[in-house]
Ligand binder design. Structure first.
Ligand code: AMP
Length: 360
């Protein structure tokens, strides 16, 4: 089976690393000449709106999936005429736009911060009056890793903020005084069977994921599964979806969903029976799903900007290196390490060892 992937970054690369043993081959459509997934499959170097190349991709593959959600809706609609596309155009339409996403949470009874649609500075002023400060303003589309957002703490921060974010449609959200951030990675098959990985504790540095630790028997697991299950059913979703939550007042508030494999699920490559990448491929290909059970205690640390010396990373016991083969650039996700240990005490010690390398 040949899988077409829109986007050829590290997520596509890790998908191919998981799918190749299943007998799958891959074609990646990505405009970047140095798209790092090209080491694992065919690279169709074209813009996401280039219909001739989209048609080429559709003709070559059995189905198409995505490694990022900011794909133009027209691209998905165009591809869907020729080839099955998972997740669906509708799932992407909702997940790529924070207003649609939050409105869906509200409709499904999933708690989320107060929010308002912002189309102008006047809308922003009215929303600040209603929601109060502090608040977080975010572009409705194209924001990621803390980009396209601004925390408004004082009235002076509100002045001109709409123009500062590019005068594009935004939302304003109430600021959540969270005690922690967790995510749930789930997979849903074509026949509706759904499986959930354990909740993951996430630490972000400057809006970018730094550390994920897989939990054991988290008291909020069942609640998170209930919320995520509602979304998967509503969207008749096929594939892996990640749902990010704030932990607050002993409960959960929805932050956002990603309709794809997710950075907070990278630990599953070594830390779960079947990784998020393999399970995504199993789901879209109509294969039985694999076990989402955890194997030991597991964590993931991102390498931003550069990967520490390979010999030092692999010298750490229980440590697995994933080097994406990308050019090093400040702030860029260029690799990660997964730690898989017998117990939590050892895991914490290993995390400290990797963090020391990152800081060195
Ligand atoms: P996002 O791109 O929406 O995931 O936001 C990136 C990070 O900003 C989150 O992981 C939080 O650490 C922080 N953040 C986003 N929205 C809020 C909010 N409403 N209240 C408090 N912190 C937030």
């Amino acid at each position: 089976m040949k899988i077409g992937v829109i986007g050829g970054g590290q997520l596509g690369r890790m998908m191919a690393l998981a799918g190749t043993p299943l007998g799958m081959s891959f074609a990646f459509l990505d405009p970047a000449p140095d798209a790092c997934a090209q080491a694992l499959g065919e690279h169709i170097r074209a813009d996401y709106s280039d219909q001739a190349h989209l048609r080429q991709l559709a003709d070559e593959v059995d189905l198409v999936t995505f490694e990022f959600e900011s794909v133009p809706a027209e691209t998905v609609a165009f591809l869907s005429q020729f080839v099955p596309v998972y997740p669906s155009a509708e799932a992407l339409r909702i997940a790529r736009d924070r207003w649609f996403e939050k409105s869906m949470f509200k409709d499904l009874g999933i708690p989320t911060p107060a929010f308002a649609d912002i189309q102008s500075q006047a809308d922003l002023d009215a929303a600040v009056a209603a929601i109060g400060l502090p608040a977080v303003m975010k572009t409705r589309t194209l924001g990621y890793d803390g980009k396209g957002q601004k925390v408004l703490r004082a009235p002076a921060d509100v002045v001109g903020a709409f123009a500062e974010l590019g005068s594009v449609p935004c939302i304003l959200e109430g600021f959540v005084p969270f005690t922690g951030e967790v995510s749930l990675v789930a997979v849903r098959a074509r026949d509706g069977e759904t499986r959930f990985y354990p909740l993951v504790h996430n630490r972000h540095d400057s809006g970018v994921l730094a550390l994920s630790i897989a939990s054991t028997d988290h008291p909020l697991q069942a609640l998170a599964e209930d919320y995520v299950g509602r979304v998967l059913k509503q969207l008749d979703y096929v594939g892996v979806l990640a749902f990010e939550f704030f932990e607050v007042d002993g409960g959960l508030k929805a932050n956002e969903i990603a309709p794809r494999v997710h950075n907070s699920g990278h630990w599953t490559i070594e830390g779960a029976e079947c990784s998020q990448f393999e399970n995504h491929l199993r789901a879209v290909a109509g294969l039985p799903l694999g076990s989402t059970a955890k194997v030991g205690e597991s964590a993931m640390l991102n390498f931003l900007g550069e990967v520490p010396a390979v010999e030092k990373v692999v010298a750490i016991a229980d440590c697995h290196l994933h080097h994406y083969g990308k050019a090093f650039k400040a702030g860029r996700k260029v690799g990660h390490a997964t730690l898989r240990c017998q117990d939590m005490t050892t895991l914490k010690a290993r995390i400290a060892e990797v963090e020391a390398l990152i800081k060195a």
